[in-house]
Design a protein. Structure first.
Lengths: 580, 247
């Protein structure tokens, strides 16, 4: 298949805002893809690897600019100029090919296979000279590309297609292309995706074996399942009422760490994050604990990894390390063992998805029993290093389904809640004992309850234009509090979510009036605009001059009535940090 | 089967003339000598090199094909003094190349030739002018042009019978004219093309200063640079695509 043909599909997708039209265009493309179906399914979203495959392309913006310059002869300064104007390197590549100053000796037409194989190969380059080889590989494709092909080659290499295709559109298109497109067909595709996490498998199965085939697809060891997510409960009482329609709820400590999905078969053990990345190498201590404690021959277990201080981890009164410190373990590639001693972890397990047979259709109650049957507690040994393995702290509570939200929750639950907060954890998870495991979705069968922090009013001090769809807007905002003593603003973090397109557009218009200087896509601003921002937590940070950073800040609204000096003070941030 | 002994300097200059364009390449190990043809990733520059069996101190081969990491092989060859002898032997079983330099043994893992991009055929071009020029004159022109610009115009004025080089920068210009007396030979036809100095600089590095270089030029056409290596027992042809002339 010629790459130009696929580019035609991208252009049709980008030209329409209608999801139904997008679905139909994709369905037609899938139906005609033949042997290339798995490739095409991957390429339409620009995802060349499943999330749990560890390869990363390692293609940066500057590397891409190098490649464009090399293949077209257009100077890098001219490319940067275009980039500032359009905000999209794909468009820059198209423009450069159109305006190229360098001829080539030969040119071959591009096929879908060649583009796919070349870009995939980039991930395999390692060591000395690998950056140059990446540049060469992309330059080689661009040398044979027309402007439109160049646009999508670059977008694929960078992983942003900008054609408005989400997972939902792929799902619906598969249902239309190979099944009857009904709601039931869509559900069958959805379920198959949730258990396999791989649309290539789903599309081929739908085509070859229809809906029956899809139903046969199941959870498989070493292919991570999307994790079930919790909804936010407004209060304990409300969460209990929502999660226990039959009068019983399970309350668990909600730990502040990283979700982990443990896959084990015999001696083979792999660990995946909530985003399905493989983190086995980073946690040899957890692997050791699983080897020791998981007695089931094969199992998929769901839990939370929490880092504790080495001094307290072996006692009863453990002190969790700040999330930032723990997260260094996830990113760590060198010195993994010594890091495991410095930040020992405990895996708190709370669910079992597989123990020789799939359990996701079974009620939570049954899954807990199977979880308990599949492992024995392992005590943590930071010196070895070996992680701890234990069941999350859990209580069952009888709830009066008729009681109103204001009624006092059962004492066992409030006790556990207090215990969780005292121990430095986030709060509680409230679960319905009859619920099945629903991968990848937030359904009201599982609610988290935790105290929220008071919002802060903060000033926007600097900003950077977003990438991708929102590239015309200043979507990455640096926030500052006011230091009364020094009469200066001190940055406390960077905001990039929580606004609607409309809000962001309006905000950009206002902020652009305040630009003092520009550096590429970053701008310095006069500190005038005040925003109300919520967040999960305040952390110590050396990155910002206040010495603090907000974790997961979200935009709430603009405070038009506030002057910049009315913003929250550094003293208040310090106090909130101490109190949390 | 492949087994050869070659003077280090000869091996180094052979590898360097390919290494200016690519990081890995295929080497044909023919009975009569080795041959390498490669094009750079952006399809702009190409090299075609041959080195006869006579250029080696000893040479035995029966027509194999290997893929090598050129950067690595250049590093190894660079370990030897220029007049030392380098022994090369291919292990067909393990697909590795054994290299020994005065007792130093190095085993180089080879690359699957299939994974290296296919060698293009030399385009058949009808170029109007042929200029035979000394390597050092090319070096002068390229070095001067590089001071003012990132591209260079090479041309022939048919009426005046001169070969000229022009480079125009934002503020400074470079101009060089060579007539029949300055050149070894000139077959003049109307010719003028613009080239990237990045590429030409790299090629220039591999051209010996005392080499007799045959340059073929046309009107907005690629340029061909041909010269002998290893005292006539080998030859290199470079081909470079032109830049598009802005009007």
């Amino acid at each position: 298949m010629e790459y130009a043909e696929l580019v035609g599909v991208y252009e049709r997708l980008a030209d329409t805002d209608s999801n139904n039209e997008k679905r139909d265009i994709l369905a037609e493309t899938f139906a005609e893809a033949g042997d290339l179906l798995p490739l095409v399914v991957k390429l339409v979203r620009g995802r060349l690897f499943a999330a749990h495959q560890r390869e990363e392309l390692g293609v940066s913006s500057s590397l891409t600019l190098d490649a464009i310059s090399k293949s077209t002869g257009v100077s890098e300064s001219a490319l940067r100029e275009q980039w500032r104007e359009t905000g999209d390197l794909g468009d820059v590549a198209a423009w450069a090919v159109d305006n190229q100053t360098q001829q080539t000796l030969f040119s071959e037409s591009l096929t879908v296979e060649r583009v796919h194989d070349s870009i995939r190969e980039i991930a395999s380059f390692e060591g000395d000279g690998s950056q140059q080889r990446r540049v060469d590989e992309i330059a080689g494709l661009l040398a044979d590309a027309d402007p439109e092909e160049a646009r999508y080659i670059v977008r694929t290499a960078l992983g942003h297609m900008r054609v408005g295709i989400g997972e939902g559109t792929i799902r619906d298109a598969i249902a239309v292309a190979f099944l009857d497109g009904s709601d039931a067909a869509v559900d069958a595709v959805e379920r198959a995706y949730q258990v396999t996490n791989d649309y290539r498998v789903v599309a081929e199965t739908a085509r070859e074996e229809g809906r029956d085939g899809l139903e046969q697809l199941d959870v498989e060891l070493f292919r991570p399942v999307q994790v079930m997510l919790a909804e936010k409960g407004e209060s304990l009482g409300e969460a209990l009422a929502d999660a226990a329609p039959d009068g019983t709820a399970v309350a668990e400590v909600k730990y502040d760490g990283a979700r982990v999905q443990i896959h084990k078969h015999g001696d083979e053990i792999r660990l995946f994050t909530r985003r399905l990345e493989d983190i086995t190498e980073q946690f040899p201590d957890v692997v050791a604990a699983v080897r020791e404690g998981v007695t089931a021959e094969s199992a998929i277990l769901d839990g939370e990894l929490v880092g504790y201080t080495p001094e307290t981890v072996e006692g009863d009164d453990r002190d969790p390390v700040p999330f930032q410190r723990f997260s260094q373990r996830i990113k760590r590639e060198d010195g993994v063992e010594s890091m495991a001693r410095e930040v020992p972890v405990v895996a708190h397990l709370f669910d079992c998805l597989y123990d020789g047979e799939t359990l996701i259709e079974r009620p939570f109650e049954t899954r807990i029993e199977r979880l308990e049957a599949s492992f024995e507690d392992v005590s943590v040994r930071p010196d070895e290093p070996r992680a701890g393995l234990e069941h999350s702290r859990t209580v069952r509570a009888e709830v009066d389904p008729q009681a109103d939200d204001e009624a006092d929750p059962p004492e066992a639950v409030t006790d556990l809640y207090r215990e969780a907060l005292d121990a430095g954890h986030e709060g509680l998870m409230i679960k319905n004992p009859t619920a099945t495991y629903q991968p990848g979705t937030r359904v009201g069968r599982m609610l988290k309850v935790k105290p929220t922090m008071e919002p802060l009013d903060l000033v926007v001090s600097r900003a950077i234009y977003s990438e991708g769809r929102r590239s015309d807007w200043l979507g990455r905002l640096y926030l500052a509090c006011y230091d009364d003593d020094a009469e200066e603003f001190r940055e406390v973090g960077r905001l990039s979510t929580g606004y609607t397109d409309e809000e962001l557009e309006e905000l950009t218009d206002r902020l652009e009036e305040l630009i003092v200087s520009r550096d590429g896509r970053a701008v310095e601003l006069r500190p005038e605009v005040v925003l109300e921002v919520e967040y999960e937590e305040i952390q110590r940070s050396e990155e910002y001059d206040s010495g603090y950073a907000l974790r997961f800040p979200r935009f709430l609204r603009r405070r038009e009535t506030l002057d910049p000096t009315d913003a929250d003070s550094l003293a208040r941030v310090e106090r909130l940090y101490d109190e949390q | 089967m492949f087994k050869a002994i070659v003077r280090a300097e000869r091996l180094q200059s052979t590898l360097d003339s390919v290494g200016v364009l690519v990081d890995e390449c295929k080497i044909h190990l023919d009975e009569g000598g080795i041959e390498i043809r490669a094009v750079d990733p952006a399809n702009v520059g190409m090299v075609d090199l041959s080195l006869d069996a006579d250029a080696f101190e000893s040479y035995e081969a029966d027509g194999g094909l290997i893929g090598v990491n050129l950067v690595r092989l250049q590093d190894i060859a660079g370990m030897a003094d220029s007049d030392q002898l380098v022994e090369l032997e291919l292990d067909e079983e393990t697909r590795k190349l054994h290299i020994s330099i005065d007792g130093l043994e190095y085993t180089l893992a080879l690359i699957d030739p299939e994974s290296i991009r296919e060698e293009p055929d030399l385009p058949d071009l009808d170029l109007s002018s042929t200029i035979v020029i000394e390597g050092r004159d090319i070096d002068r022109a390229v070095t001067a042009a590089d001071m003012v610009s990132d591209h260079i115009e090479l041309g022939v004025d048919e009426a005046d019978g001169v070969f000229y080089v022009k480079a125009e920068g934002d503020t400074d210009d470079v101009h060089l004219e060579l007539d029949g007396d300055d050149l070894i030979d000139l077959v003049a036809g109307e010719a003028s093309s613009l080239f990237s100095l990045d590429y030409l600089q790299d090629m220039n590095k591999a051209i010996p200063k005392d080499a007799e270089v045959t340059m073929e030029l046309g009107e907005e056409f690629p340029v061909k640079l041909h010269f002998d290596i290893a005292e006539g027992e080998g030859a290199v042809t470079y081909m470079l695509a032109p830049r598009i002339q802005s009007n």
